[in-house]
Design a protein around this ligand. Structure first.
Ligand SMILES: [Zn+2]
Length: 271
């Protein structure tokens, strides 16, 4: 599943190239998770002004509105000239004077949704519940720590929920908690200032590093120019159950939390 770093890498892969392009045609394939919400012809003739990201949504600012794109479970975007005709899994094609933006999504949990502006109810329905951006300036320590103190959820699940801070998906949550030396099952409210500080720093560090390395652990991820995602997370604990911890040699363990696997070192990560 594309996580925040993959989505950011996708954005960086085509944002500059598409900014200023004029839309010539829009073709839809099979239904995606949500409908576009406007006749495709409405987009024709509009210019793409910029591409932003909020959580795992890409926001394409057009002259007359906004397109929100989500990659779902298996989506990937390409922006290139001279693409072949859309295949069975290509469900959104936006042809511009600079190339075609194509959403390839075999499982169709992705979506492209039109909204008149960001304040529009259609946009807010998707964006309103999102926590702060982990890599932005709004991710301050004081508010983060207050959010931890206010929750009795296990820390791993609080991070996954994305209401405190977005972008810490399942793989990243295990890695972040290892770096902060906190066991995934610890109640958030029991995390003191020192551990909270380490956690806050670990979130930024792990996600920033993932973006830097080009973002993906997903096999069918490709960046916007079509090249395969080359990032392999150098996991300390994720997927390493039974293998020795890279710091202390103790066997890494795995447990289930809310249907998801959490990996941790029982020695390095305190309960
Ligand atoms: Zn260890």
């Amino acid at each position: 599943m594309p996580e925040l770093p993959e989505v950011e890498v996708t954005r960086l892969g085509f944002a500059d190239a598409i900014a200023g392009a004029t839309i010539h045609a829009v073709a839809l394939g099979k239904p995606l998770r949500w409908p576009l919400g406007v006749a495709p012809e409405t987009l024709v003739g509009q210019r793409v002004l910029a591409v932003r990201r909020r959580g795992k949504y890409l926001l394409l600012d057009l002259q007359g509105g906004l397109l929100l794109m989500h990659l779902g479970m298996s989506g990937s975007l390409r922006f290139a000239q001279g693409l072949p005709a859309p295949g069975a899994h290509d469900h959104f094609d936006m042809e511009t004077d600079r190339g075609t933006l194509r959403l390839h999504d075999p499982r169709r949990f992705g979506a492209v949704v039109w909204a008149a502006c960001e304040a529009d109810a259609r946009a807010q329905k998707l964006l309103a519940g999102l926590g702060v951006e982990p890599l932005g300036e709004d991710f301050g320590f004081a508010a983060f720590h207050a959010g931890l103190r206010a929750s009795s959820m296990p820390i791993k699940q609080l991070l996954l929920a994305g209401k405190l801070v977005v972008g810490v998906g399942n793989i990243y949550a295990s890695e972040v908690l290892f770096l902060a030396r906190i066991r995934p099952t610890v109640r958030a409210s029991r995390i003191g200032p020192q551990r909270a500080r380490r956690l806050h720093e670990a979130i930024r560090e792990v996600l920033a590093r993932a973006v830097q390395r080009g973002g993906s652990t997903l096999r069918d991820f490709s960046s916007a120019d079509g090249s395969a995602g080359h990032f392999q997370l150098e996991a300390n604990v994720y997927g390493r159950d039974g293998l020795p911890c890279k710091l202390c040699g103790t066997s890494v363990r795995v447990l289930r939390q809310g249907q998801r696997s959490s990996y941790f070192c029982p020695h390095c990560q305190r309960p």
